[in-house]
Write a protein that binds this ligand. Sequence first.
Ligand SMILES: Nc1ncnc2c1ncn2[C@@H]1O[C@H](COP(=O)(O)OP(=O)(O)OP(=O)(O)O)[C@@H](O)[C@H]1O
Ligand SMILES: [Mg+2]
Length: 507
Amino acid sequence: MADETSIFIGASRKPDDSYQRAEELLLRYGNRHGLVTGATGTGKTVSLQILAEGFSNAGVPVFCADIKGDLSGIAMMGEAKDFLVKRAEQIKLDPYQFQEFPVIFWDLFGEQGHPIRATISEMGPLLLSRLMNLTEAQEGVMNIAFRIADEEGLLLLDLKDLQALLANIAERADELSARYGNVTKPSVGAIQRTLLVLESQGAANFFGEPALRIADIMRTTRDGRGAISVLAADKLMMNPRLYATFLLWLMSELFEELPEVGDLDRPKLVFFFDEAHLLFEDAPKVLIDRVEQVVRLIRSKGVGVYFVTQNPLDIPEKVLAQLGNRVQHALRAYTPREQQAVRTAAETFRPNPDFDCATAITQLATGEALVSMLEDKGVPAMVQRTLIRPPSSRLGPITPDERRKIIAESPVAGQYDEVVDRESAFEMLQKKAKEAQDAEAQAQQQNSGGSRWTIPGFDDVLGTGNRRSSNRQTVAEAAIKSVVRSVGSSVGRAIVRGILGSLARGR
Ligand SMILES: Nc1ncnc2c1ncn2[C@@H]1O[C@H](COP(=O)(O)OP(=O)(O)OP(=O)(O)O)[C@@H](O)[C@H]1O
Ligand SMILES: [Mg+2]
């Protein structure tokens, strides 16, 4: 099937409602991005499902989020239900074949799929600040924290690394302020408290190793089909900020890791961004600019990004302008904002003299959409009223048993299931503190004439651990600084990366 050049998405109809012709998405423009919109219950998820099926059959790996669990059925063979068969006949889909698709289930919480993790340093200060909803002053401190980790060779992998670093920074606030600008204890404290909230929301699972390897979401099967990675997002949706930040991170990782490829005959990966409004809701301008930039540039890396959302007004204009392949399901038009959305949606299409776009949008049936795909030379085709094809896989969710079986047989089974906790900032800072304490104990012993007895293993009882001197902090600080600096250069500087993670705001 990998020699096909298009994906069949449905059939358009003439003004008298009779069959007009097949509507297709040209694979060579699959990286020109897309948009699926429509009110609730109008057929967005099914449209996403049939697009994902089409890409998979064409050998293109797909990554998508499953918000309500109803996309998971794509892993199972569909059934000939009456309304599906009827739809197939209406659009002259003959034969209407059923098929199961190669699915890899993922879950940030590790429950409904293989755990997905990223390291703190991969996430970077910009996305972390967004995730934690930090103020500008706090974000400044976060940037400084990353710089310090970088300069002092402290690996930031999981939440406790960041916590340890922040505790260390709070202790050295005065010294660090002199070097980097304002690092106040209250702002560090505020970040620490937000981190605790994040932890209580389950984000601790997400930060750490083994981190997701991009290659694992770009797999194909032996028979040449693209794997469909389905991210369980029902629980994730209770923390929309984590959801949005994660998908942004993934997009920036793809951007960072994939080489430039120019125009290909089909994309290398297609990425569906469901509930896309969450990306942009109260997002700072700098972030929106970055997203716009990534969407624009990722095209030449062969990645297509498809936004799925209820209302086209949810997407900033600059991003919207880059979404070439469009499926517009029905919108309601009761409130002024809804009417505005209908007008905006209608105006973005190349008009069709056969019907009025704005009127049509409010009259579309379930599973019917206004469709305009890019045609020759990448120009948007004239908009068509289109009945979307029924899926070949199951409509609706899979059972927990079916899911378990697929997870157990997945090509990444066993690779991500266990957390690996290698030495990083937390352990390093702990060790330094311990060394500093020991050094201080020794100094005190010498001060007291070295007459103290110790019993191995009972240092803390007999030693100075319970008689802390007032200069303990400074001794500890000094030791941390010197040892940590010597480690610094060997770990390398590039701990912060990613177009969305980098420090420089302006870039
Ligand atoms: N192309 C189609 N062919 C046949 N039936 C369809 C098609 N599209 C949608 N339907 C029917 O409409 C129902 C609702 O579609 P879907 O779940 O895709 O809506 P939605 O826009 O994703 O809704 P929500 O916003 O609530 O997630 C489906 O369960 C199915 O019964
Ligand atoms: Mg849906």
